[in-house]
Design a protein around this ligand. Sequence first.
Ligand code: ADP
Length: 161
Amino acid sequence: MRIAIYPGTFDPITNGHLDIIERAIQLFDKVIVTVAVNSSKTPMFTGEERVELIQSILKQKRFKNVSVERFNGLLVSFAKKKNAVAIIRGLRAISDFEYEFQMALMNRKQSNAIATVFLMPHEKYTYLNSSIVREIARLDGNFKDFVHPIVFRALKKKLSL
Ligand code: ADP
């Protein structure tokens, strides 16, 4: 059983994240989407809300081998607890590289047994991240194509649009 964790803030989950999850389940027997609740960022959605959104989407999409969990603390310790062999990260552009490179090497220093695997999304998602979706939503722009309908409705509700 090869387990991977896919950590992130997911504030909220976008179609770019879903694209990465779909690629990851081709490679691993099980993928645990791992929602960080202790990051330095101040999220728009609470940890619970972010997990619930992901859960509802996974249910609708009938992804069998994907689950979602909240986590805080050291990522590598969480990965070990889950018997994961890999950490999945998405790479969109060179701008992602420096931070991801640092994290991957630091995580490897913590545990050599856990590899970081970088996956590239479809080109149409390379300019997408959660913060731009939040910003467009806040400004009442068009963000329908970037998120699952469940997230679209949750954002509208959160912003009372
Ligand atoms: P973090 O705060 O850990 O960067 P995010 O939720 O922003 O959390 O992202 C989680 C992971 O998903 C990161 O590896 C990020 O590079 C990746 N990711 C985010 N948006 C996209 C996208 N549009 N396409 C591919 N990967 C993405």
